[in-house]
Design a protein around this ligand. Structure first.
Ligand code: SF4
Length: 349
C-alpha cells in the first residue's frame, strides 16, 4: 500500500489546523486531550486562546481552578482540563518539567493512558507509535478487514500488527503524518455510519471496500448495538440581574460542570428519575410559554426554560443552594455556557 497519496492529501487539506502549525510534546498533549471528546471545529476555536494563556507546563501547573475553567470554556467535559493541570503538576514535581522519553514512564503519569502516551510518542515526537482510538480502530479494521470485535481486542490486534510491521509498514515515513492522516481519513471519508469510498485515497487497497461491505467493520458486540436510552429533562433557569452582575451558584463536585457557576437552575421534570444534577423547587412555577433553548449533555437532551425575576421574587422561591453576585461577561466569567446562552437568549427580540 502506498501511503504517500494519503499523507499528501492530509497535509494539503489539514496543515492549517492550529495544533499542526508549531509542534512540541506540550502542544500535542493539549490538543490531544482537547480532541478526545470534542470536534475538530470546536477545538480550532479554542486552542490558540488556551495556548496564549498557558504557553508551557509551568504556567498550566500554576493556574488556579478558576483561570483553568475560564480558559477551557466552550470545550466541555471540564474533567479533562483538571487532568491536564494534574499532568503538568506531576511533570514539574517528578520529572523537572520534562516529558519522560520512555513509554512506560509516560504511562505512570496520572491522566496519561495508552492512547495519549502513543499520541505523545507518535505525533509529539514523530517516532514509531500509533495512537489507536475508535477512529483509527474503525479505519484500520476496514482497510485490513479485521475480524476482531470493536474494543480492546481489536485495538490489541492493531497494535500487534503495527509492531510486527504487518500493517502500515513503509520506509521513510513520518509517524506524525501517518497518525494524523489516518485521523483525517476517519473523520472525513471513513465515518462510523457513512463512508465515501469513491473519494478515499486508499480505496484501491481497502479490503472492506473491495469486498463491498465497509460498514460491517468493525464488528460489534451484540450488546453494543443496543444504544443507551436518551433522556429528556426540563430545567428552569432563573435570571436575577443587578446592573452588570448576575446571581449565580457554584456547581458542586458531584454535579455536571463542577467548579463553574450557573444561574440558579432548578429541575422541572426528567425522564430519568434518578437524576440529581439540579435542585427541585418547593414552589410550583408555571413554565409553559417561557422562552426556551435546547442543549445536550451526554445522553440528556435538555430543554432550558428562562425566567427573569427580581431578587425579592428569587428569595421567596427559597433556592436551596448558596448564591452570589457575579460580574457578568461572556468572555471571561466562569459562568457556564448554558447560563450565558440563557442571558443572550433573553436579549434576542
Ligand atoms: S475505502 Fe472506504 S472503507 Fe476503506 S478506508 Fe476508505 S473510506 Fe474507509
Amino acid at each position: 500500500m502506498d501511503l504517500k497519496i494519503l499523507l499528501s492529501w492530509s497535509k494539503k487539506e489539514f496543515s492549517y489546523l492550529p495544533w499542526r502549525r508549531e509542534r512540541s510534546i506540550y502542544t500535542t498533549l493539549v490538543s490531544e486531550i482537547m480532541l478526545q471528546q470534542t470536534t475538530v471545529s470546536t477545538v480550532q476555536k479554542h486552542f490558540d486562546r488556551f495556548l496564549e494563556r498557558f504557553p508551557h507546563l509551568e504556567a498550566l501547573a500554576k493556574a488556579t481552578e478558576e483561570e483553568l475553567l475560564v480558559a477551557w470554556k466552550g470545550l466541555g467535559y471540564y474533567r479533562r482540563a483538571r487532568n491536564l493541570k494534574k499532568i503538568a503538576e506531576h511533570l514539574i514535581l517528578h520529572h523537572e518539567g520534562k516529558f519522560p522519553l520512555e513509554e512506560d514512564k509516560l504511562r505512570c503519569i496520572p491522566g496519561i493512558g495508552p492512547y495519549t502516551s502513543q499520541a505523545l510518542i507518535g505525533i509529539g515526537r514523530d517516532e514509531r507509535a500509533l495512537a489507536i482510538d475508535a477512529n483509527l480502530e474503525r479505519v484500520l479494521s476496514r482497510l485490513y478487514a479485521l475480524k476482531e470485535e470493536k474494543g480492546l481486542k481489536l485495538q490489541k490486534k492493531i497494535a500487534e500488527l503495527f509492531l510486527k510491521k504487518k500493517i502500515l509498514n513503509q520506509k521513510n515515513i513520518s509517524y506524525r503524518d501517518l497518525n494524523e492522516a489516518l485521523m483525517d481519513l476517519g473523520r472525513v471519508y471513513c465515518q462510523a455510519r457513512k463512508v465515501s469510498c469513491g473519494l478515499c485515497p486508499l480505496s484501491s487497497h481497502c479490503e472492506a471496500f473491495l469486498r463491498g461491505n465497509p460498514l460491517s467493520f468493525p464488528h460489534e458486540k451484540a450488546l453494543d448495538k443496543k444504544r443507551s436510552e436518551d433522556h429528556v429533562i426540563q430545567v428552569l433557569r432563573l435570571i436575577v440581574m443587578k446592573k452588570d452582575h448576575i446571581l449565580a451558584y457554584k456547581k458542586s463536585e458531584k454535579e455536571w460542570l463542577s467548579g463553574q457557576f450557573e444561574v440558579p437552575t432548578c429541575l422541572l421534570s426528567s425522564t430519568d428519575k434518578k437524576l440529581i444534577q439540579y435542585p427541585l423547587l418547593k414552589q410550583k412555577v408555571d413554565w409553559a410559554g417561557l422562552p426556551m433553548f435546547k442543549t445536550g449533555i451526554t445522553k440528556y437532551k435538555i430543554e432550558n426554560y428562562i425566567q427573569v425575576i427580581s431578587y425579592q421574587e428569587f428569595k421567596a422561591l427559597q433556592f436551596p443552594q448558596p448564591v452570589e453576585w457575579r460580574k457578568y461577561s461572556s468572555e471571561s466569567s466562569n459562568l457556564s455556557t448554558a447560563s450565558i446562552k440563557a442571558i443572550q437568549r433573553l436579549k434576542k427580540p
